[in-house]
Design a protein around this ligand. Structure first.
Ligand code: UDP
Length: 246
């Protein structure tokens, strides 16, 4: 059903569009098994090189979306181009729109106190009929898990969006998905912050120029250390002999 993945420095990434992503979500919900979706970028790939546990999570995820432009660049070099960036920050709107039509129940977990709630409110206003199963900040710490589990199990969502940042959110989902049994759990990074207006997303023209990573460096300069992974990624891809196919 899903196109076979492109492996970039050990991480499988699915060559999929936004429509393909939404169709995969529909199938996962129909099947009902607890599935995991990750929104990968070059920082994910480099973190996975250092943390075998995170690599295993990405390798065992049911769907890995190409969230970062660097992955499109690497895949093109391999002669296995990815059709487009499928970002959590745009995907959350499309998912909410489709959820409102299909009657999928969404649970918003993570971000700073109040942000998940605000995100749900904004999306429910924008997409009438959206069923918000629940919202909760919580934290990825083990001490918070029992309360989170209690809320999610009581709410019975079809989709659980988790905004604890990578890799914490993805490790958290992998650890708990069998127990929570939500059909779709997806790490969405800063997507709630963007919807709620806590963080400003890059202007469209910057995104079009493939410079969103640069915008984030300027607007969230504390990320500079993480973003050193971008040149490291490029270097590893070039060195690993992934070449442009003629
Ligand atoms: N966050 C959280 N709890 C934590 C760590 C992070 O709720 O213990 C939230 C944070 O408030 C933000 C999101 O996780 O909403 C991380 O956003 P970021 O843009 O850093 O995502 P990344 O780029 O790491 O995927």
């Amino acid at each position: 059903m899903l196109p076979s993945s492109v492996t970039i420095l050990g991480v499988p990434v699915h060559p999929i569009t936004f429509d393909g992503f939404l169709d995969a979500v529909a199938i996962f919900i129909a099947e009902g098994e607890p599935r995991q979706i990750c929104t990968a970028n070059p920082e994910f790939v480099m973190t996975a090189q250092r943390q075998p546990e995170f690599m295993a999570v990405l390798q065992n995820a049911d769907l890995v979306l190409p969230d970062g432009v660097g992955l499109l660049w690497a895949a093109r070099r391999m002669g296995r181009p990815l059709p487009q960036r499928v970002t959590g920050s745009d995907g959350i709107y499309l998912l909410a729109e489709r959820a409102a039509r299909e009657g999928w129940r969404l649970f918003f977990l993570g971000a700073a106190p109040g942000v998940a709630e605000q995100t749900a409110r904004i999306l429910a206003d924008r997409y009438p009929g959206l069923l918000v199963a629940g919202t909760y900040a919580g934290s990825p710490r083990d001490a918070d898990y029992p309360e989170i589990a209690r809320r999610i199990i009581a709410a019975r969502p079809d989709i659980l969006l988790v905004a604890y940042g990578a890799p914490a959110q993805d490790l958290w989902i992998a650890r708990h998905r069998a127990d929570l049994r939500v059909p779709v759990s997806m790490g969405v990074g800063g997507a709630f912050d963007f919807v709620a207006g806590v963080q400003k997303r890059a202007p469209a023209w910057i995104i079009r120029l493939n410079l969103e990573w640069f915008w984030r460096l300027l607007t969230q300069p504390w990320r500079w250390r993480r973003q050193l992974d971008l040149p490291r990624f490029a270097w590893r891809v070039v060195r690993s002999g992934i070449r442009i196919q003629d």
